[in-house]
Design a protein. Structure first.
Length: 241
């Protein structure tokens, strides 16, 4: 957290760290991608995406300067949200991701999870684009980026050799995040090969129709999911009607 001395505006500064275990060529590729992706994300202006204000490269250290969000993180209140409130937030996250998916070039987030969703004044702000893939860029395989991090919200196709997932990978992440919000249970990672019980069976307050939407969003095969985050948002908003 810092304050811009010229505008008197609060900002958030994030330093990107590379994995020292990666070979030098991969470290250089990661840094270059981080800069390009931050700049690309900065071009996507949307109320549900944390705005990136600047990207600095100081002697090899990369700093991303973004807007300061005075709110709370969904991960910190994962067990406190009624289903209808969770639906509102995920639908808003869909809107933000859809803007990125339709950008030129398209941006796939690849790391949608409760910690990537901030809420301020009733509106979601999507952050943590550090795993994002900009179409056309050289790709570092997702598994090289995540290391030992949580894979519960990651779509199966992200673990392929190419890692070239399309926007439906983000639909999976949205569905897995909503599943956690509805059930208070972290979804089973695809890597465990354990099925996730239907959300309405774990939380009787969850409508069966909503539970079925979540299951569709989390289908292992991309072709069986909602075709886009916009389609998922439309279905979720149908629950609010």
């Amino acid at each position: 957290k810092a304050r811009n001395l010229y505008t008197d505006r609060l900002v958030f500064i994030k330093k990107y760290l590379t994995d020292v275990n990666l070979p030098p060529d991969k470290q250089a590729l990661w840094k270059n991608r981080a800069i390009r992706e931050a700049k690309a994300t900065g071009r996507v202006q949307h109320p549900n995406i944390v705005g990136i204000l600047d990207v600095l490269d100081d002697q090899g250290n990369i700093y991303i300067i973004s807007e300061w969000v005075d709110g709370w993180c969904v991960a910190d209140r994962i067990d406190q949200l009624p289903w209808y409130e969770a639906v509102v937030y995920i639908a808003q996250a869909c809107d933000g991701l859809d803007k990125g998916h339709k950008a030129s070039p398209p941006i796939v987030h690849r790391n949608v999870n409760p910690a990537a969703l901030l809420v301020a004044e009733g509106a979601v702000k999507l952050t943590n684009f550090n795993f994002a893939r900009v179409e056309g860029d050289p790709s570092i395989v997702y598994t090289e980026l995540i290391g030992g991090r949580d894979t519960a919200y990651a779509a199966p196709e992200l673990f392929s050799d190419s890692g070239k997932a399309d926007p439906r990978a983000d639909v999976y992440g949205l569905g897995a995040t909503l599943y956690h919000m509805l059930t208070c249970n972290r979804p089973n990672s695809f890597l465990t090969h354990k099925p996730n019980p239907p959300a309405h069976e774990l939380n009787a307050d969850v409508p069966k129709a909503l539970s079925q939407m979540v299951a569709r969003a989390m289908e292992p095969l991309p072709a069986n999911r909602f075709g886009s985050s916009a389609d998922f948002a439309a279905a979720l908003r149908g629950m609010q009607a």
